[in-house]
Design a protein around this ligand. Sequence first.
Ligand SMILES: Nc1ccn([C@H]2C[C@H](O)[C@@H](COP(=O)(O)OP(=O)(O)OP(=O)(O)O)O2)c(=O)n1
Length: 154
Amino acid sequence: MNSPDAKKQKLQCGDGSDGQINVADTGEFSFSDKPTLDDIRKVQHEFCKERNWDQFHTPRNILLAMVGEVGEVSELFQWRGEVKEGLPDWSEKDKKHLAQELSDVLIYLVRLSERCHIDLPAAALEKIEMNKKKYPAHVVYGSSKKYSEYDLKE
Ligand SMILES: Nc1ccn([C@H]2C[C@H](O)[C@@H](COP(=O)(O)OP(=O)(O)OP(=O)(O)O)O2)c(=O)n1
């Protein structure tokens, strides 16, 4: 249950610091706090060890597997036209199927990052900070143009 107060999310940062981010609870959709990406990495790591699959999980093989799963996600959306937030018009069966296919993509993405020694959660936060600089809110507010189309001296 989400508390009505601002909730504190603890995020593990790649620089070893224990970054604390306050996320105001706006009543919008949110994920569970657990599992973390590193929890998922560990479980998938064990799953592969138990099956002697590390030999197959080379970065290139995992990348191809992940792209295949992205294709499976796309299949669920194809020919439906635009889809509303929260998928109110989808059956529970289709929503469950989407959850499974998105999970396959995430599992392979986490595994690919592990095999490439990329600290994915830290890298993703760092990338969002870069995006903020590239797309200053006061310049791009309400516009979806590519950064190269703005005069950033505005
Ligand atoms: N060599 C493999 C095979 C599978 N998996 C794991 C990661 C994915 O979460 C899932 C993928 O399994 P499948 O290849 O059987 O693909 P689907 O679950 O999408 O089944 P299908 O292709 O029938 O839709 O299992 C894995 O880590 N390494």
